[in-house]
Design a protein around this ligand. Structure first.
Ligand code: FAD
Length: 294
């Protein structure tokens, strides 16, 4: 089974795609349409997020198992330490391995309900992603990714502390990092510089949101943890009531961001798909990331 890191080490930049687990049958059909459409473009890997509990977690395990067994895609499963004992985490990692998933994005996660609320670890669980990286590594031959934050994680007191803990995750065994959403290429490049200055040469991949609607813009503001730059707002906000014009301008803005990142030598772009394929297909086509055989 090919690992994510192998696919990131090619001669040319690649792209990857992120999905969330389906909630019902209708969702599942939507997800699978997008998976099949994107599979034809040969993304480096595809990932499925891990929810706060119950059926959503089952949905991640079920969907990633199906990807591993029924598609040509390289699957990566997200996993968080939220509300899990170490024994439960071992079980989930075991299920992943049993269905052929050898790539795991190891995350601490947020308190369910209120992401900014107090973090209370499970009494028999883990406190930080670093410990989950160690656990996954100790259980077999996995390729492990971690999250990184261009503006610093919201709970980090400053960027130096944030960088120190990120580098610890790499030292614990992570192979690569995926950056949280950001607005300007320089925001990502500064994160890359901080990590390099700390003596760490692990690969960092930018997370990219196709800005197709005002909702995706607001989601990017929420997840990045910062306000959008005035120049971007001036470009997009006047188009809020015109869906077609907003989408066209939003995708132009994202194309420009991606072009700059590629010019700066990023190995890959990681697209948030929201379980749809159209905008990602359009962007990778414009950026020339589609392999000749696709
Ligand atoms: P950590 O790396 O553990 O960091 C959490 C905080 O603790 C940071 O402030 C960090 O600086 C600090 N810290 C880290 N190590 C130490 C230490 N040893 N001592 C003291 N402080 C420390 N969430 C989900 O629920 N499901 C998902 O599928 C999911 N996917 C994601 C994918 C990506 C690409 C990204 C960027 C985020 C994703 N998240 C997901 C969100 C993520 O779980 C949250 O942002 C969470 O708050 C932080 O997780 P982490 O793995 O970065 O935590």
């Amino acid at each position: 089974m090919t690992s994510v890191i192998e696919r990131l080490r090619g001669d040319t930049p690649v792209f990857s795609v992120e999905f969330f687990p389906p909630r019902d049958e209708a969702d599942e059909a939507v997800l699978w349409r997008a998976v099949r459409e994107l599979e034809q473009l040969d993304p480096a890997y595809m990932s499925i997020t891990y929810g706060a509990g119950g059926s959503s977690r089952d949905g991640t395990i079920r969907s990633i198992a199906r990807v591993a067994t029924e598609t040509t895609l390289v699957p990566m499963a997200h996993l968080t330490a939220v509300n899990h004992s170490v024994a439960e985490l071992r079980n989930v990692i075991g299920w992943y391995a049993a269905v052929g998933v050898r790539n795991i994005l190891a995350l601490r996660g947020d308190p369910p309900g209120d992401p900014y609320g107090e973090w209370i670890p499970h009494p028999q669980g883990l406190n930080y992603a670093e410990e989950l990286v160690e656990l996954v590594r100790s259980l077999g031959d996995f390729c492990v990714g971690v999250s990184a934050f261009p503006y610093g994680h919201p709970r980090s007191p400053d960027l130096d502390t944030d960088t120190r803990y990120l580098v610890r995750k790499f030292k614990a065994g992570a192979d690569f990092g995926i950056a949280q959403l950001f607005f300007e290429a320089d925001d990502f490049l500064r994160l890359r510089d901080r990590v390099a200055a700390a003596g760490c040469d692990k690969l960092l991949i930018p997370g990219i949101m196709p800005l197709t609607t005002p909702r995706t813009l607001h989601k990017t503001i929420e997840l990045s943890g910062v306000d959008a730059p005035r120049t971007l707002l001036d470009r997009l906000e006047p188009l809020s009531a015109d869906a077609k014009a907003f989408r066209a301008e939003g995708l132009d803005a994202v194309t420009e961001l991606c072009e700059r990142l590629l010019a700066e030598g990023v190995p890959a772009l990681h697209f948030y798909t929201f379980n749809r394929s159209k905008a990602t297909r359009e962007l990778v086509g414009r950026l020339g990331l589609v392999p000749a055989r696709a």
